[in-house]
Design a protein around this ligand. Structure first.
Ligand code: NA7
Length: 540
């Protein structure tokens, strides 16, 4: 077992992904006794665990990186438009080495409980090994998509071959060569893995429940001249992202699809389709707010699927209907439609015939109309079935705040935060990219840098003023939650059954969790809160 973490700290950081590493760096720079505890055997967070073939970020590499160190920006060269998992993990390992962060990280150790000591204004953390750590503040850098979910399908443990979730992929890889492989789930992870698996497997069966809106990534090597030029003005480039609604450089067009002619719509969407990436969602201003406008883009995508997929029945099964374009996260593809044209790849529409059970031999589906059962015999089973997003990792830990209040209890009807950073009743605890912050509907690295910097300044402020406790006020929290809901309700986002609102986890309260008010606006709100003596927090 690893050596226990130090028992007495100013700040405990839980997690060593993008957020945890930067929090550790920043707080150490400002002279705090800070230490990170990480469940994995290395740094990287989701990029440590998601090692499935084809794993890749859907934000461009030049945006999905830190900006806090000029030297780091200058010395690191990204190689592709959308960075692949091994490259992101190499980057985070480089960051950990470059800034000597490992000496303050305990790996292979999970925090299982956190209890607030009201007399001392300190948190006591318990590790899975039973060691205790006392810290004034706790930074929860536990990830938004870090708790992988296997579905509750009867018989899942009976399958005779290997079973793997994309979000918890074996480091040594999975041998699929020549084998009969089944993939359940066609969100970003499934769509990324399927073409790579198809290249190696003897036969691949894709079990699709909801067809997603899948658009081309048009990934390509990063032009070295462009990357070099960007480095000469990176701070200015990043400052634009910090003030942009999505924390990126996406151009937000003002034109309305509702007012455009069919020809204008087609030409514009064709341009975006050719460029690739998720920016197509911003091709018309009303795509995220107006169902009629949205349907025009949705139909455009269906038309593309009909063009790209040879078998009309497969094309029809792949065509998303009944929910708005972009309300579930757009999925970027590299070779997905081509893979579905292969003779050795079969798409099974589990809306028409849901998965009934899993047996030693494979997956049994059962027709909704005829009740007929069909067994798909498999050697390897892969689940790309997603995550208990945003709240999963926080609620996995037994967190007890003031007056013995449990976080699970407090958030029983859904998460409640002030600015996504803090929750009433849990003083001195800060969330990174938490529910109620722009989190997953932003370039999360830009959001993380803002959170870390804001929280570091906040902790500095407390220290400078001899204060030992900071707690979000309940009325401010209520107002923020209402604001987050109001903003979401003005869009089509809450109308898709997405993990943004917990719809992928049976029994999870349906609350739209990311803040859609924009990264730039959110940053301003947080800055104003700080400038006004941390309005909405009681400091004592
Ligand atoms: P997602 O986007 O949650 O996708 C999960 C997929 O698994 C999706 O197609 C689901 O269908 C399917 N699923 C989930 N549970 C089941 C069951 N019980 N039976 C059949 N199919 C099921 O997860 P990803 O890992 O792809 O991506 C998550 C995010 O990570 C992604 O958006 C990026 O931000 C990075 P459903 O749509 O629920 O019908």
């Amino acid at each position: 077992r690893p050596a226990p973490p130090p028992g007495d700290l100013d700040v405990l950081v839980v997690g060593a992904g993008f957020a945890g590493l930067y929090a550790l760096y920043r707080l150490r720079e400002t002279g705090h006794r800070v230490h990170a505890v990480e469940a994995a055997g290395g740094v990287g967070g989701v990029w440590y665990w998601n090692r499935y073939p084809g794993a890749r970020c859907d934000i461009e590499s030049v945006d999905y990186c830190y900006s806090f160190s000029d030297e780091l920006v200058k010395e690191w060269d990204w190689t592709e438009r959308y960075p692949a998992q091994p490259e992101i993990l190499a980057y985070l390992n480089h960051v950990a080495d470059r800034f000597a962060l490992r000496r303050d990280i305990t790996f292979d150790t999970r925090i299982t409980a956190l209890t607030f000591d009201e007399a001392a204004d300190r948190w006591t953390a318990r590790t899975a090994y039973g060691d205790l750590v006392s810290a004034r503040h706790v930074i929860m850098a536990t990830g938004q998509l870090s708790v992988a979910r296997l579905p509750d399908i009867p018989g899942i443990d009976d399958f005779a071959g290997p079973v793997h979730h994309t979000g918890d992929w074996p480091h040594e890889g999975v041998d699929v060569a020549g084998k009969r492989v089944g993939v359940v789930g066609t969100g970003s992870s499934g769509v990324q893995a399927i073409p790579r698996i198809a290249e190696q497997a003897g036969h691949l069966t894709v079990f699709q429940r909801t067809p997603h809106y899948v658009v081309p990534a048009r990934n390509r090597p990063l032009d070295p001249a462009y990357a070099a030029e960007l480095k000469t003005r990176f701070e200015e480039y990043r400052e634009q992202a910090r003030n942009h609604p999505g924390g990126t450089h996406r151009v937000l067009r003002e034109e309305l699809a509702k007012e455009a002619t069919p020809e204008e719509i087609r030409t514009t969407l064709e341009e975006y389709w050719a460029k690739g990436g998720p920016d197509i969602l911003a091709s018309f201003k009303d795509l995220t707010t107006d169902l009629e406008a949205n349907e025009k883009a949705a139909e455009f995508v269906r038309g593309k699927i009909r063009e790209l997929v040879r078998d009309p029945a497969v094309a029809e099964a792949l065509s998303p209907r009944g929910y708005p374009f972009g309300s579930k996260r757009l999925v970027l593809e590299i070779g997905y439609y081509d893979a579905l044209n292969r003779d050795d790849v079969r798409l099974v529409d589990t809306l028409a015939a849901p998965i009934e059970r899993i047996t030693a031999e494979g997956v049994v589906i059962r027709g909704t109309e005829d009740g007929r059962e069909e067994l798909h015999e498999l050697d390897v089973l892969m689940f790309a079935t997603g995550f208990d997003a945003l709240t999963g990792a926080l609620l996995k830990i037994d967190i007890q705040g003031r007056d013995g209040l449990g976080l699970r209890e407090k958030w029983a009807a859904g998460p409640r935060t002030y600015l996504g950073l803090s929750t009433h009743g849990f003083p001195n605890m800060f969330f990174m990219a938490g529910p109620g912050s722009p989190s997953v509907l932003s370039n999360v690295v830009v959001s993380i840098e803002q959170h870390v910097e804001w929280v570091t300044e906040h902790i500095e402020h407390l220290r400078a003023n001899g204060l030992t406790r900071s707690e979000a006020d309940l009325d401010q929290e209520d107002a923020w939650v209402e604001h987050v809901n109001d903003v979401a309700a003005q869009t089509l986002y809450p109308t898709g059954n997405s993990w943004y609102l917990g719809a992928n986890v049976p029994g999870k309260p349906r609350v739209f969790m990311p803040y859609l008010g924009g990264v730039g606006h959110y940053r301003q709100v947080c800055a104003e809160v700080a400038a006004n003596g941390y309005r909405g927090f009681t400091l004592s």
